[in-house]
Design a protein around this ligand. Structure first.
Ligand SMILES: NC(=O)c1ccc[n+]([C@@H]2O[C@H](COP(=O)([O-])OP(=O)(O)OC[C@H]3O[C@@H](n4cnc5c(N)ncnc54)[C@H](OP(=O)(O)O)[C@@H]3O)[C@@H](O)[C@H]2O)c1
Length: 269
């Protein structure tokens, strides 16, 4: 069965509407890149379309000096949210995360916002991680569920695992990586499996028991078509988020909501 994410998006849109009424102006998001080519260019173009849909002012800033550009916009009162496209070409992304203003960090990548997640404060957490959590909360009761998260990236797997373990959700989480042994044993013994590895159709029923809730985070292009990390056959036996039209759509809505949240914060944490 496919999981319908539309109710999750509707809830986020409701929050945006409340922020919009309070704000009484259009918020502004800028996306900064030091490599406006290929997948980054395509991604930022789709961001532009999404910003328009959510009535958010949007600008792409190309630069060869990421640090100086970020410092400038950190202080710019006309900019509410700052997104820095990954992968960065000229410096390591951690250098970006270290200097970005946490109050404008709409992607939740700064050490400050990452750390707040550890404290159970989820104001700006990585959007994809929040997307998976919001979908799960809409789908089922999470308390005491056994969860396997496949993938340990700083923007998806790790923050997602922390969120699911945070008080109130109370899941027991295994984070798996490419060196994990007996992976299928762990995933088969889980109520929920979240797949964020970037390998098309990798997870099939060999990894899952019937009735598992499966969140497919993966975005891969196979023969020109978007494909997740989870094989299509899984839909027959488990509840699974579709690709496209699943985690990614909710992620976009969350990013836009965060721009409104940042606008209300006015550049101060
Ligand atoms: N829908 C959305 O909004 C959204 C947003 C962001 C990303 N994505 C997609 O999600 C996927 C993951 O993104 P990411 O940024 O987290 O990728 P990433 O930084 O490349 O991390 C991939 C993770 O998967 C693990 N992995 C790879 N092959 C594995 C295997 N066979 N078994 C177990 N673990 C394995 C890696 O393990 P090691 O650490 O051991 O190498 C790594 O931890 C990609 O397809 C990306 O396009 C989607």
């Amino acid at each position: 069965m496919k999981i319908d994410v539309l109710p999750v998006i509707e809830k986020i849109k409701k929050e945006i509407k409340e922020h919009r009424e309070k704000l009484n102006r259009k918020p502004k998001l800028i996306s900064i890149t030091d490599d406006y080519t290929g997948a980054t260019k395509a991604y930022l173009k789709s961001q532009k379309r999404i910003a328009k849909e959510y009535d958010v002012d949007f600008e792409i800033i190309e630069t060869e000096n990421l640090i100086e550009t970020i410092k400038k916009y950190n202080e710019d009162k006309n900019v509410d949210g700052i997104f820095v496209a990954r992968p960065t070409k000229t410096i390591k992304f951690i250098e970006v995360a270290k200097i970005l203003n946490p109050a404008k960090d709409v992607e939740g990548v700064t050490p400050y916002n990452m750390g707040m997640n550890f404290y159970g404060v989820e104001e700006f957490v990585p959007c994809t991680a929040e997307s998976a959590v919001k979908i799960l909360e809409q789908t089922e009761e999470l308390k005491s569920k056994k969860v396997a998260v496949i993938g340990r990236s700083i923007t998806v797997g790790k923050p997602l695992a922390i969120m699911l373990e945070n008080y109130g959700r109370d899941c027991t989480v295994n984070i798996l990586n490419s060196k994990t042994k007996n992976m299928q044993e762990i995933t088969k013994n889980s109520d929920i499996v979240i797949v964020a590895i970037g390998k098309a159709n990798y997870v099939n029923m060999d990894f899952l028991k019937e009735g598992t809730t499966v969140i497919d985070v993966g975005i891969n292009v196979v023969d020109g078509k978007l494909t997740g990390d989870v094989s299509k056959e899984v839909e027959k036996y488990c509840s699974v988020t579709p690709v496209p039209g699943g985690v990614g759509s909710v992620t976009s809505a969350i990013l836009m909501r965060n721009v409104f949240r940042a606008a209300i914060k006015g550049g101060k944490i």
